[in-house]
Ligand binder design. Structure first.
Ligand SMILES: O=P(O)(O)OC[C@H]1O[C@H](OP(=O)(O)OP(=O)(O)O)[C@H](O)[C@@H]1O
Ligand code: HPA
Ligand SMILES: [Mg+2]
Length: 179
């Protein structure tokens, strides 16, 4: 329930996130070193901070596009029904594509989006998620790159919300209810 009182305990510092993004961007550039232009696709809204930091570390030609998918609304439980609220601006057939996501939890969101984008026949399609909660997985999905594996905690910050709040925290924290 969004109006229960809670505090936020830091789980991953802003410094640790920045260091990991540097490492990941080197691996991504190695994979896509021969690309003429990589389409970097952010999943709104949760990935907006991650994509901004990651994109500035990528040393290959890129363009940015966004797709909005939503399955949680204001709840802490996935509805398991992934709705596409806003589609890509550009076509991706024959293109190199990197999908950027904040967190893989049950796996429904990224699994659905990757299947959708695959059906558009890109040349290469990869995904990166800053956070992965493998213990919560409901579908068999693994992102190509993962920033941090985390335990079964509800997290916020660095783009990630609880009932639309806390996206602007510079670090990743976990929600702890105090009632
Ligand atoms: O693996 P899953 O269980 O599907 O959960 C992960 C998804 O849930 C959150 O998005 P949400 O639907 O809350 O929308 P938002 O990105 O706009 O916050 C998060 O940003 C991921 O996209
Ligand atoms: O841990 C989480 N926090 C916020 N939103 C989420 N969506 C899936 N998992 C989470
Ligand atoms: Mg999301």
């Amino acid at each position: 329930m969004p109006n229960r009182p809670y505090v936020i305990d830091e789980l991953i510092s802003a410094k640790a996130i920045a260091a990991r993004i540097e490492e990941l961007s080197r691996e991504i550039c190695r994979e896509f070193r021969d690309t003429d232009k990589l389409v970097v696709v952010g999943l709104l809204r949760g990935s907006f901070v991650f994509i901004a930091d990651l994109a500035r570390e990528l040393d290959v030609p890129i363009e940015i596009d966004f797709l909005e998918a939503s399955s949680y609304g204001n709840a802490m439980e996935s509805s398991r029904e992934v709705r596409i609220l806003k589609d890509l601006r550009g076509a991706i057939q024959g293109r190199d594509v990197l999908v950027v996501e904040d967190i893989v939890d049950t796996g429904h969101t990224l699994n659905h989006v990757i299947a959708l984008l695959k059906s558009r026949q890109p040349k290469r399609l990869k995904s990166i998620a800053l956070l992965d909660k493998p213990s919560r997985r409901e579908v068999d999905f693994k992102s190509d790159w993962i920033g941090f594996e985390i335990p079964d905690e509800f997290v916020v910050g660095y783009g990630i919300d609880y009932a639309q709040r806390n996206r602007n925290l510079p670090f990743i924290g976990k929600v702890r209810f105090t009632d």
